[in-house]
Design a protein around this ligand. Structure first.
Ligand SMILES: Cc1c2[nH]c(c1CCC(=O)O)Cc1[nH]c(c(CCC(=O)O)c1C)Cc1[nH]c(c(CCC(=O)O)c1C)Cc1[nH]c(c(C)c1CCC(=O)O)C2
Length: 345
């Protein structure tokens, strides 16, 4: 069997180079909407799937083979590196990460271990190496951003309003800073290790940072994100920064040394461009539309393609992850639509 030629359209779009078709991948492209995933998951806990590199690699490859997407994202969770740092976290199906020992004091922060990827998460690095041998599309490594990780660590699980997190930030600024620094060190070390092992792009998930207003983002978060992306700049892999409900932060994000901004569906690509965003963009179909009639999905996907392809540097994705009740066939059809799209001159 001859190996497929390497498909680098995703990497080109990250660098704002012209591509002959629009690259696409989907957040949470590996997950419970796939019967094959459910069969594997029935045999293992979530973290067990992380710990066994062959399983991790199989689950990572599944959507690439099934959907024909232009990038693979390593199968793990933003919580994976927190476990060896001393966070007692479990992934509960249908709920998300649940933490038995939430952070409350400076002593709790100081007790967190520094991450040493080679000893703490060797299975992640092994999975990356295996995948690089097997894939003919780029492999995206990823990590959670400090605010989003801290929100789970402080709230003890998923949250609606992040009020414990924000109260902590306002009332214990020094402890908050210590926590941000510790998490930023982890993010940098973890992503650099993934890149050394072979990850060809990285995405930093700051899913919940949209809970902050722009002024608080500037005060409490910009310095730490600046440090993370500057440190990763030393590598030459493209960096993507993503958050949900963060349209009001886009001007701030555009100043960070990052290559691609991930948008959710609340901000259109045209609106982002009008705000002065110059980075490559990734997004932003509302994942709920995967459950809508095809005509509705198709027309919105078309709109996004037209807006996105007005300039180079566009990667089609969803505005957030695929839901468990989406259908594989819908994502296959959508992928085909994106790959067949030709911009009218
Ligand atoms: C906030 C966040 C988490 N995890 C992640 C984020 C950032 C992206 C986002 O905002 O969705 C990131 C993540 N989580 C997972 C991936 C794997 C790669 C991929 O996208 O295919 C990635 C990139 C697997 C997963 N992570 C999780 C699952 C479901 C686990 C299962 O099989 O039960 C998967 C496939 C669990 C998890 N972990 C988390 C949540 C909210 C959940 C979902 C809860 C649920 O719906 O059951 C925390």
């Amino acid at each position: 069997m001859t190996a497929k030629p390497f498909n680098d359209t995703f990497l080109k779009a990250c660098r704002k180079e012209a591509t002959d078709r629009v690259p696409v991948w989907y957040m949470r492209q590996a997950g419970r909407y796939q019967p094959e995933y459910r069969a594997i998951r029935a045999k293992h806990s979530f973290f067990e799937m992380n710990y066994i590199p062959e399983v991790c690699a199989e689950v990572t490859r599944l959507p690439v083979e099934q959907l024909g997407v232009d990038a693979a994202i390593l199968f793990a969770d933003i919580m994976t590196p927190l476990k060896p740092m001393g966070v007692d976290v479990n992934i509960e199906s249908g709920i998300g990460p649940v933490i038995a020992n939430p952070i409350q004091t400076l002593a709790d922060v100081q007790r967190l271990h520094d991450l040493d990827p080679e000893t703490h998460v060797p299975y992640i690095l092994e999975s990356v190496k295996i995948l690089r041998q097997q894939l003919s599309v780029p492999l995206i490594g990823f990590a959670g951003a400090p605010f989003t990780l801290a929100s789970y660590m402080i709230e003890g699980g998923p949250s609606k309003h992040y009020h414990k997190t924000k109260a902590f930030m306002y009332t214990e600024p020094q402890t908050w800073q210590a926590l941000m620094d510790k998490l930023a060190d982890m993010t940098i070390t973890y992503l650099k290790a993934q890149i050394r092992a072979g990850a060809q792009a990285v995405q930093v998930f700051d899913s919940w940072v949209g809970a902050l207003n722009a002024e608080d983002y500037r005060t409490y978060i910009t310095p730490v994100m600046q440090r993370i992306f500057s440190a990763l700049r030393e590598t030459d892999v493209p960096m993507i920064y993503f958050g949900v409900g963060a349209g009001h932060l886009l001007k701030e994000w555009n100043r960070l040394p990052v290559d691609v901004l991930g948008l959710d569906w609340r901000t259109t690509i045209t609106e982002a461009r009008e705000l002065g965003v110059t980075k490559a963009l990734q997004g932003n179909l509302d994942p709920t539309l995967l459950l809508a009639p095809w005509e509705k999905l198709e027309s919105k996907a078309h709109e996004i393609l037209e807006e996105g392809t007005r300039q180079p540097g566009f990667i089609f994705n969803l505005g957030h992850g695929v839901f468990p009740d989406a259908k594989v066939e819908t994502l296959q059809r959508l992928t085909h639509l994106i790959h067949s799209y030709k911009r009218e001159q």
